[in-house]
Design a protein around this ligand. Structure first.
Ligand SMILES: [Zn+2]
Length: 118
């Protein structure tokens, strides 16, 4: 057992003590662990939206593939409906360019299908 200096008040405390008996400040090793845990938690919190963004992007890509199948094999109504799904996926992804482009496609396909609201 040896004496170390408190990080906060510089008092000499035992290296076995978990916190300074004089000022109550935590030992640096414990503070270090806490900081590490906080960094890991923050990293996970910041990484989650990126991960979700990736998932949403693949949803949009899937919807575009389904639209392509409908465009080749389906009726104009199928294309109208499928384009609507792509627009919804773009909107979820908060991708304005994607939304605008697919909204135009939806409008074109839906008016070709004779849907009155377009
Ligand atoms: Zn202290």
């Amino acid at each position: 057992m040896s004496l170390i200096n408190c990080q906060e008040c510089k008092a000499e405390i035992s290296d076995q003590a978990t916190k300074c008996p004089k000022c109550g400040a935590g030992r640096s090793s414990i503070a270090g662990v806490v900081i590490l845990v906080v960094i890991i938690v923050l990293t996970i919190i910041f990484m989650l939206p990126l991960f979700n963004g990736g998932v949403e992007k693949s949803v949009t890509e899937d919807q575009i593939k389904e639209y392509e199948i409908a465009r080749r094999n389906g009726s104009t109504m199928d294309r109208c409906v499928r384009a609507g799904f792509v627009v919804a996926a773009c909107s979820q992804e908060k991708n304005e360019e994607c939304y605008k482009a697919w909204k135009a496609t939806e409008r074109k396909d839906c008016s070709a299908a004779g849907v009155p609201r377009y």
